[in-house]
Design a protein around this ligand. Structure first.
Ligand SMILES: C[S@@+](CC[C@H](N)C(=O)[O-])C[C@H]1O[C@@H](n2cnc3c(N)ncnc32)[C@H](O)[C@@H]1O
Length: 204
């Protein structure tokens, strides 16, 4: 799969936040709260954070959160929202694990929403995320179940969702233990409903 079109996310950043995406973030946050323990002492990273919708939903439950994204436009919007909310526990970094070395920081929780299907080499990113976790740290990864390609439409180079068994296999191969891939929520898009899974796994 070719590299995703970063410019597209740059162009969409200013109008990214809408009622549907806020509601999606709230649903994923609720599923994460049910799935993993959270505390204000936990250091977290959101990978492919976009404008930070999910991190904003979870910030009351966690300690410092790093919002990582490869799109300069998305990062600029996230920075502006953080400044407006005076959300000092949130910071934004430029990170693309397909391009950059694995950062030295270690986290207790790494989460992601609707980003993996834009990543060309998902097993490579899983291995990087695994090495960014401290002992006992967890990942929570929400993305589309396998779909027929209608979510993005023709000509868009993305994964058409994922088979849950494949996600389980990739996470185990990256070194994760306690891998569970369960139901997260549903997304309405172009008049169709798509199911979203939540994969939870632990650094053994
Ligand atoms: C569909 S958007 C989801 C944004 C946000 N998680 C949300 O649900 O509102 C995918 C995000 O992943 C980012 N992204 C795509 N490929 C990436 C990569 N290789 N590394 C980091 N971020 C990436 C994009 O810039 C974009 O912000």
């Amino acid at each position: 799969m070719p590299e995703p079109n970063r410019t597209d996310f740059d162009a969409r950043a200013e109008t990214w936040d809408d009622a549907q995406k806020v509601s999606r973030a709230e649903d994923v946050a609720a599923a994460m709260r049910r799935a993993v323990p959270m505390s204000p002492t936990m250091r977290a990273l959101e990978y492919g954070a976009g404008t930070g919708l999910l991190s904003f939903c979870l910030r009351d439950a966690l300690g410092p959160i790093t919002l990582a994204d490869s799109s300069a436009g998305m990062r600029a919007v996230a920075e502006r929202k953080i400044a407006a909310a005076q959300a000092r526990q949130l910071r934004v970094i430029d990170l693309d694990l397909m391009r950059d070395p694995v950062p030295a920081e270690r986290y207790d929780l790494i989460f992601s929403m609707m980003t993996l299907h834009h990543v060309a080499d998902v097993p490579r990113v899983f291995a990087a995320l695994h090495s960014m976790l401290g002992p006992g740290g967890r990942v929570c990864l929400a993305d589309l179940d396998a779909e027929d390609g209608s979510f993005h439409g023709p000509g868009v180079e993305v994964h058409h969702g994922f088979e849950r068994a494949t996600v389980r296999t990739w996470l185990a191969a990256a070194g994760f233990a306690e891998v569970v891939v369960g139901d997260c929520c549903r997304i309405e898009h172009h008049g169709q409903r798509y199911s979203v899974f939540l994969a939870v796994a632990q650094n053994a």
